[in-house]
Design a protein around this ligand. Structure first.
Ligand SMILES: *[C@@H]1O[C@H](CO)[C@@H](O)[C@H](O)[C@H]1NC(C)=O
Ligand SMILES: *[C@@H]1O[C@H](CO)[C@@H](O)[C@H](O)[C@H]1NC(C)=O
Length: 343
């Protein structure tokens, strides 16, 4: 009888110690797991928020911060204008003309690399941004003419991470945009897989000068691309570029690069002659939505015209013919400028 009890006790105590030891390990494991989770989760959050605060200077209340979703900024259309630190005047003209009183579903950002900018230059830009809140300063990008494509990728990365948007418009400092018309048109455009602009499928490979592409071998011409004075991408395509950016070949020309990256995709390439976005302006037509190669004076005139008369041009004028892109023929025959009725 006594022996049995001792055996039972031993067994029980054996079980207890096993359970006890297991319990300790389990608790330790959970503690370690939780501490790791807390570290990474909070760490990421606070870095992201810290960055947001630095980059936008808008978030101040820490109670609100904890309620903010992953992407702080939400908008229908984000407009990127590629700029450089010294071109303050170009930015001023855009703010005073076509970007004056943008609707609240549109965000405009001037993209500027400040990686190697001297301290006093940074101070000036920060002051400008404190006032206008429209600079996207890329901290790790150094401005140079040879890396506009990297700059585009860097800005796409920032937007993909921080902005919840439907469409992106990319333009230059000498691009005049009729934002209200763009918005109206976008209402009836596909929400995804959209690549909208003025397409060229038979552009010769640049072998000389600033834009020469030494490494191009894909074809005798560039793949069809929307010329860089202004084009629209839906957010899924921006995301596609970002997640593949490590393996995408970077070409000198940013617009050629985008066309090439999107080349194999099943997307809507919408050619629109109302995008006067070639490297030389085709003139002025009242139906134009985007007009490239505009001087400060041109921009003010176009803006004044729209305000006073509701029409873009002093007088409609054509410097050379345009074309309707023919997607049914080989690219070399895509773009014949023989129809004078196309604006
Ligand atoms: C940018 O310039 C800074 C300062 O000259 C340099 O340290 C940095 O490596 C450069 N970054 C890139 C990406 O070239
Ligand atoms: C322009 O050229 C194309 C191809 O040669 C032809 O099919 C089309 O009819 C021409 N259009 C005009 C308006 O001449």
């Amino acid at each position: 009888m006594l022996r049995r009890i001792t055996i039972l006790e031993r067994r029980l105590s054996h079980h207890f110690s096993t359970i006890f030891i297991c319990g300790i390990f389990l608790t330790l494991g959970m503690l370690i797991f939780m501490s790791f989770c807390n570290m990474t989760c909070e760490d990421k959050m606070s870095t992201a928020l810290h960055k947001d605060v630095l980059e936008d200077g808008e978030l101040k209340n820490s109670n609100i911060r904890s309620l903010i979703p992953a992407k702080k900024i939400s908008t229908f259309l984000i407009i990127l204008i590629m700029s450089v630190p010294r071109n303050k005047q170009n930015r001023a003209v855009i703010r005073e003309t076509w970007a004056n009183s943008l609707p609240n579903n549109v965000i405009l950002k001037f993209v500027i690399g400040v990686g190697d900018l001297a301290a006093d230059g940074k101070i000036l830009l920060n002051e400008e941004n404190d006032y206008y809140k429209d600079l996207l300063m890329l901290q790790f990008f150094n401005e140079s003419y040879t890396s506009l494509t990297e700059k585009l990728i860097e800005s796409f990365k920032w937007i993909d991470k921080n902005v919840d948007f439907q469409f992106l418009f990319k333009g230059d400092e000498d691009t005049f945009v009729r934002v209200s018309v763009l918005l109206e048109e976008l209402k009836s455009k596909p929400k995804t897989r959209l690549y909208w602009g003025f397409f060229d499928g038979r552009a010769h490979i640049k072998t000389k000068g600033k834009w020469q592409e030494k490494d191009w071998f894909l074809c005798d011409r560039y793949l069809p691309y929307a010329v860089g004075g202004g084009y629209v991408l839906s957010s899924d395509l921006v995301h596609y570029v970002v997640i593949n950016s490590k393996v995408l070949k970077v070409y000198k020309s940013e617009d050629v690069s985008v066309g090439t990256w999107l080349g194999p995709l099943d997307i809507a390439r919408v050619h629109d002659p109302r995008f006067n976005t070639e490297f030389r302006s085709r003139g002025c037509f009242d139906v134009y939505i985007v007009t490239h190669k505009q001087s400060e004076k041109d921009m003010r005139t176009l803006h004044f015209n729209l305000k006073e008369t509701g029409r873009l041009c002093n007088q409609e004028i054509k410097y050379r013919n345009s074309y309707i892109y023919n997607w049914k023929v080989p690219p070399t025959q895509c773009c014949i400028r023989n129809d004078s009725s196309v604006p």
